[in-house]
Design a protein around this ligand. Structure first.
Ligand SMILES: Nc1ncnc2c1ncn2[C@@H]1O[C@H](COP(=O)(O)OP(=O)(O)OP(=O)(O)O)[C@@H](O)[C@H]1O
Ligand SMILES: [Mg+2]
Length: 323
């Protein structure tokens, strides 16, 4: 069974609030099927993230949406256009950040962006582009002097030069140091604040969790699950973990352990797993009050992350094609 939260929009209906509408998308390279009929949609103004292991077909999907790759089957509508039929019209309205991009190294940042702006009928003002990508201070720097992170931001500025409605980012932060990643995240958030729609692929689950309004996990040629990061985590039905520092009176056996709660003790830390955090927390606090244990020191609740949910879905599908 394929778990999806995307089935509310009937096939063929391209509602105006959708930037991307995909139904039954198939793609084969020779006789090898990479996409086996996938359905998803991207709403206008959201950050949508396609997740999946190496070779799952994320870049293939994105390139089909961009009009760079001809699909084998299914229907695809991007900003109301079929990318296979009207790639040139579509590309006037989208921005693309490729994994690798070569620039004339002698050019200065501002000059290069201005050159790009000339290609479009309604370009964004240069000052805006520098501002939203955090490049204002680098306007007069030669491209060859930019760091990797600054170049990536220049990729963004160029992708935004034509004031696109929809921006594609295929693994935009691979190989970045943590600070460069954070800066790029801020640029993506700035884009969203401008009302742009963003389609992102990444292998960094924290990146997806931070940026994405909705995610879809692509696996074995199918969308295994799609929804908000919270929904995807919830559908994995993983327990939360509660931990606290063991009170000495419990360690010494002077009081009974909390009833009905399966505590694991490692050193001075007690942990338990629960699918009903509120009930378990209340039971623990009642127990602590009854036996006058005092406050539970270092009490912490860890809810399952998107990474936990992703690994759960991926591991569950290993050897189980019928997930
Ligand atoms: N031009 C091509 N010809 C033949 N096979 C291809 C071609 N492009 C991609 N593939 C194959 O299609 C599958 C999906 O590739 P794709 O690049 O879409 O995956 P991906 O999810 O983007 O992976 P990654 O996370 O590594 O970037 C892979 O098995 C890949 O080898
Ligand atoms: Mg890829």
């Amino acid at each position: 069974m394929t778990s999806q939260l995307t089935a509310e929009i009937p096939a063929g209906d391209t509602a105006p609030d959708l930037a991307v509408h995909v139904r039954g998308l198939q793609m084969s390279y020779g006789d090898r099927s990479v996409l086996c009929g996938i359905d998803f949609e991207v709403r206008r103004g959201e950050v949508f993230c396609l997740l999946g292991p190496n070779g799952a077909g994320k870049t293939t999907t994105v390139e089909i949406l961009e009009g760079f790759r001809a699909r084998t089957g299914g229907t695809v509508t991007v900003l109301g256009l079929d990318p296979a039929a009207q790639p040139a019209r579509l590309r006037e309205r989208i921005g693309i950040v490729l994994q690798e991009c070569g620039f004339p190294r002698q050019a200065r940042v501002g000059e290069l962006i201005d050159l790009w702006r000339d290609y479009y009928p309604h370009p964004r003002p240069l000052g805006d582009l520098l501002d939203v990508t955090g490049l204002t201070a680098d306007r007069n720097s030669p491209v060859r002097r930019l760091s990797g992170g600054q170049r990536r931001r220049l990729d963004f500025a160029l992708a935004l030069a034509g004031d696109p409605d929809l921006v594609f980012l295929d693994e935009p932060t691979t190989g970045f140091d943590p600070e460069a990643r954070r800066r790029l995240w801020t640029s993506v958030e700035n884009l969203r604040d401008l009302g742009k729609t963003i389609v992102l692929t990444t292998h960094y689950l924290d990146e997806a969790e931070r940026l994405a309004d909705r995610v879809a996990i692509l696996l074995d040629g199918r969308i295994k699950i799609a929804g908000s990061t919270r929904e995807v985590a919830r559908l994995a039905a993983l327990p939360s973990r509660i931990s606290f520092r063991m009170p000495n009176v419990l360690l010494s056996g002077a009081i009974p352990a909390p009833e009905g709660i399966d505590l694991t003790v490692r050193g001075h830390t007690a942990t338990c797993q629960t699918r009903n955090t509120a009930v378990t927390l209340r039971a623990l606090l009642d127990w602590a009050a009854r036996y006058r244990v005092g406050d539970l020191d270092d009490l912490a609740v860890d809810t399952p992350s998107l990474e936990d949910a992703y690994l759960h879905h991926v591991e569950r599908s290993d050897g189980d094609p019928g997930l």
